[in-house]
Design a protein around this ligand. Structure first.
Ligand code: FES
Length: 146
């Protein structure tokens, strides 16, 4: 194998590894929580933000919830111990369903990006996402649909 061919193959392998890593990261973060819907309030147990695997547990930064009341899922982000955000996963550019990727929601249709508060970070979307008021007590998180 010639040197230039070797360098090309190494570059392709590295790029492939990076892509697989980011795909895995985005898949791992997409967890649909069990939620209870009571009229206009969705409640989620705070324990849904903890991933338990055998003897280990680790915190989740976000969970997804889906309800028949809305055409799109909601991502609920835990910003810190006392702050959550809830963002409708409907792109404001042309209504595609967004994909959670780490700390961002990314549109598969034309590439718009939104942050955890639903603010536009990348066009073509120009309008922030619909958000919902979030309250909580010791056990549950409540997403208020109206
Ligand atoms: S529909 Fe999302 S960027 Fe166009």
């Amino acid at each position: 194998m010639e040197r230039i061919e070797f360098v090309k193959k190494c570059g392709q392998l590295c790029l492939g590894g990076l892509m697989v890593g980011s795909l895995l990261e985005s898949c791992v973060g997409n967890y649909y929580a069990t939620a209870q819907v009571d009229n206009t309030i969705i409640s989620i147990k705070k324990t849904e933000f903890i991933e338990v695997k055998k003897e280990n547990s680790k915190p989740r930064k976000s969970v997804l919830i889906r309800t028949e009341k809305l055409n799109f899922p909601i991502t609920v982000y835990k910003l810190n111990e006392a702050t959550y955000s809830a963002v409708l996963m409907e792109c404001t550019h042309n209504s595609c369903e967004l994909n959670p990727q780490g700390d961002y929601l990314v549109c598969p249709c034309h590439g718009s990006e939104f942050n955890k508060l639903g603010h536009v970070q990348n066009p073509p979307a120009e309008i922030d996402l619909k958000t919902f008021k979030v309250t909580f007590d010791n056990e549950n998180i409540y997403v208020h649909l109206s």
